[in-house]
Design a protein around this ligand. Structure first.
Ligand SMILES: [Zn+2]
Length: 170
């Protein structure tokens, strides 16, 4: 008898590293709800979008990016900065609640040499955990993925919708 084995299926949605959609800007593609872009949008305010990262560095890795396309952090308006600051703090509350990480890295990767692959400005919020896997664990066949952004999206969406004081935009 043939036994069919399902090995590892990270999610129902297929995504492949390096398989970039054919749009001028992937984040504008999310803003415009392009069918070519897989959106992991969680929340949208008048000036910002909150999204899970398609390729998370760790569980709960979020991206906060302006609706308006600009690339230099110095081009952010005061209204955008205020909204971003609020959303960042809401994100930290929600991530504390859902994942209880031991810490965070928050920041921008600016320019190619800064590790940036998407020009549209975006703030990374990366929860950090005490027992994170290192490269040696992964090649040594340890546990691999502990969270799938597609699975955690509904809960994140619900919490953002209930906890931000910035109105959601459609
Ligand atoms: Zn853009």
């Amino acid at each position: 008898m043939l036994v069919r084995r399902n090995l590892f299926i990270p999610s129902k949605v297929r995504y492949v590293r390096g398989d970039k959609p054919d749009v001028p800007c992937i984040l504008c593609g999310i803003v415009e709800r392009s069918e070519l872009v897989q959106s992991l949008e969680i929340f949208r305010s008048p000036l910002f979008c909150v999204s899970a990262n398609l390729y998370p560095y760790s569980p709960g890795h979020l991206l906060l990016f302006p609706i308006r396309h600009f690339e230099d952090v110095r081009d952010m308006s005061e209204a955008e900065a205020a909204e971003l600051f609020h959303l960042q703090n809401v994100a930290l509350e929600i991530l504390d609640h859902l994942y209880s990480p031991g810490g965070y890295n928050i920041g921008y990767n600016l320019g190619r040499c800064g590790g940036n692959s998407i020009a549209h400005l975006h703030l990374h919020i990366v929860p950090r955990f005490r027992n994170e896997l290192g490269f040696a664990d992964i090649i040594g066949n340890g546990r691999i993925i502990v969270d799938d952004p597609v699975v955690s999206l509904p809960r994140l969406r619900e919490l953002f919708a209930s906890q931000t004081r910035v109105p959601a935009s459609s």
